[in-house]
Design a protein around this ligand. Sequence first.
Ligand code: TMP
Length: 211
Amino acid sequence: MKGLFITIEGPDGAGKSSLVKRLNESILEQTKRPLVMTREPGGSEIAEEIREIILNPLHTKMDARTEALLLAAGRRQHVVEKIRPALERGDIVLCDRFVDSSIAYQGKARGIGMDEVRAINEFAIEGLKPDATLYLDVEAHIGLARIMDKKSNRAQDRLELEEVTFHDKVREGYKEIIAQDPERFEIIDASLDEETVYQKAWQKIHSLISE
Ligand code: TMP
């Protein structure tokens, strides 16, 4: 495919959302190439509806495999409707979370198994793989403290409400994923200040879009 597929990953509270917004602005300033900025869970109308079901804090009964399947179903729709057509057109796609999130959160932290979750996602994405992934690394307790700080602005979702031990496992999961495919990842220490994190992320993205 002609496009460039970049994903951003990390535990909750790593500061992805504000970083993605800034990167989006910088890419638009620096290149004439069309850019699609998107996110998961969600990213298309149907997938956003599935997102609501997954993250609803009232859905305490949701089984771990149901969660993984819903995420993969939303992802399928997102890939078919938005990501794949954009890459076929030659656009840059910047996606906040993708399959790595499911492998870390559902595979490792929920304990379904990383290979099992990889397999159901393979069914959904049919071989689509990011060209590069920025991984914002932050210890679980720091990430969760940041979320608590922002709590007055918005309610926490069902996954953010998990214990710190769950989020520790998410980070372990990411470390395993990175060890298996190190070339795809740019690891950024997200405990640093926002400006430094942005500069490091932009350096990587700038080199990718200039290639
Ligand atoms: P967000 O805070 O980045 O919007 O993501 C919402 C939550 O969903 C976050 O806690 C991570 C979680 N999540 C998964 O558990 N598995 C997935 O595959 C994705 C995309 C997100």
